[in-house]
Write a protein that binds this ligand. Structure first.
Ligand code: NAD
Ligand code: DAU
Length: 374
């Protein structure tokens, strides 16, 4: 499928009510969110630069929907963003667009500062100008929702309480620092200019359409191909996992009922050590692929040199969104992981299409320098 881009003139924009400008909607979480919202009857304009992480194939199921429009472009392009807002007249902006991989931020931080900081700044300025043109109900209901991460809070010891909304920011990687900067900009645009903003800080996502540079899809993809499963350091780092569709439903909830100017932590209370995650994936693959030549898949596990500055533990306290907005995740880690493994097994062509030349270059660059430690 080729992206259905358009020239900059929207002849008949959908009704203003409840239409969304989504940025980064061809990426992992963004595409799940766009599919969910279009299925719910919401018109969506998706602005995406289509970096290595953006894939129009993720949106094949809704590509022909009259509710869905795709624009190939950069959130750093102020002129483009202003034109889109003026022509599409969305009732909200949901900003997913970002460079999102910590390891890439270590080898090449520039793109992270550009998109995550400058891009968010550009969107905020355009949103501010657009907001000033709104009147009546359109002005009262307009929202700018910024999708952020728990990594802005830094790292936890095994006994520390989970991150809550008032935990001080202490980002440790270039990625986390760029996301923390963008959160501060969003906060300031609310306090200084009165822009009706919302921020969500979510824990690690997993599920369909996740690019296989991240832990879970990388391990599935490597295991299916009989390649080593590279575990950084001792594998005892803890992440707090949430199925992507639950993250999307939480964002929808915050958009619909969140209090302007507030931040909401999102998580499913699923803290797991990386080694546990990898062994669980191997066991699922052993069960779901009984004819695999690589059984038991855990034989493929390989300890490699650790990530510099590797955060030891993340954990999200999601009681605020549960208490105030009555959001709860639908999936446990076990049900979500099983669905995810099954999705990758059912979609070998998707894996094939994203693990092409440029991907191999990244894998060589990231893992060749690591070397085995066991
Ligand atoms: P992703 O890397 O899969 O997708 C990012 C998308 O943004 C891609 O489609 C890419 O083409 C697009 N993009 C990048 N630069 C752009 C630019 N300058 N202009 C327009 N589009 C651009 O990321 P993801 O995992 O889906 O994460 C989405 C958002 O959620 C990010 O802001 C990330 O910080 C946040 N987040 C991610 C997780 C997670 O576990 N993946 C958890 C919490 C928060
Ligand atoms: O916490 C939310 C964040 O989660 C998001 O903001 C980021 O966008 C997202 O990429 C993710 O960051 P992590 O660094 O936690 O995700 P990643 O999948 O890269 O790594 C998860 C853990 O697994 C981490 O402790 C590093 C480890 N790891 C990762 C890879 C790719 C390995 O041990 N081996 C690997 O090959």
């Amino acid at each position: 499928m080729s992206p259905r881009s358009f020239a900059l003139s929207l002849q008949s924009p959908p009704s203003k009510a409840h239409s969304l400008l989504v940025t980064g909607g061809a990426g992992f979480i963004g595409s799940n969110f766009v599919i969910q919202r279009v299925a719910g009857g919401t018109p969506v304009l998706n602005l995406d630069k289509l970096t290595y992480a953006g894939n129009p194939e993720n949106l094949a199921s809704i590509a022909d929907s009259p509710l869905y429009t795709f624009v190939h472009g950069d959130i750093c392009d102020a002129h483009l963003v202003a034109r889109l807002l003026a022509e599409y007249q969305p009732s909200a902006i949901v900003n997913f667009a970002a460079e999102s991989h910590v390891d890439r931020s270590i080898t090449g931080p520039e793109a992270f500062l550009r998109t995550n900081i400058d891009g968010t700044f550009t969107l905020l300025q355009a949103a501010r100008a657009y907001y000033e043109t709104l009147t009546g109900e359109a002005r009262d209901t307009f929202r700018f929702l910024h999708v952020s991460t728990d990594e802005v809070f830094g790292t936890l010891s095994p006994t520390d309480p989970a991150f809550h909304e008032d935990t001080p920011y202490a980002p440790n990687s270039p990625y986390a620092a760029s996301k923390a900067s963008s959160d501060h900009l969003v906060r300031a645009w609310h306090h200084t200019y009165g822009l009706p903003t919302l921020i969500t800080n979510c824990s690690n996502n997993y599920g369909p359409f996740q690019f296989p540079e991240k832990l879970i899809p990388l391990m599935i993809s490597n295991a299916l191909a009989g390649k080593p499963l590279p575990v950084y350091g001792d594998g005892q780092q803890v992440r707090d996992w949430l199925f992507v569709e639950d993250h999307c439903s939480a964002i929808h909830t915050v958009l619909a009922s969140g209090k302007v100017g507030e931040t909401y932590n999102i998580g499913g209370n699923n803290q797991r050590a990386n080694l546990h995650v990898v062994h669980t994936l191997c066991a699922l693959l052993d069960e779901l692929r009984p004819d695999s030549p690589y059984i038991p898949h855990s034989k493929l596990l390989l300890y490699v040199k650790d990530r510099p500055g590797h955060d030891r533990r993340y954990a999200i306290d999601a009681r605020k969104i549960q208490r105030e907005l009555h959001w709860l995740p639908a999936e446990s880690f076990e049900t979500g992981l099983r669905k995810t493994v099954q999705w990758y097994l059912d979609n070998p062509a998707w894996i094939e299409s994203v693990t092409s030349g440029a991907y191999q270059h990244w894998i060589d660059q990231n893992y060749a320098q690591r070397g085995a430690t066991s």
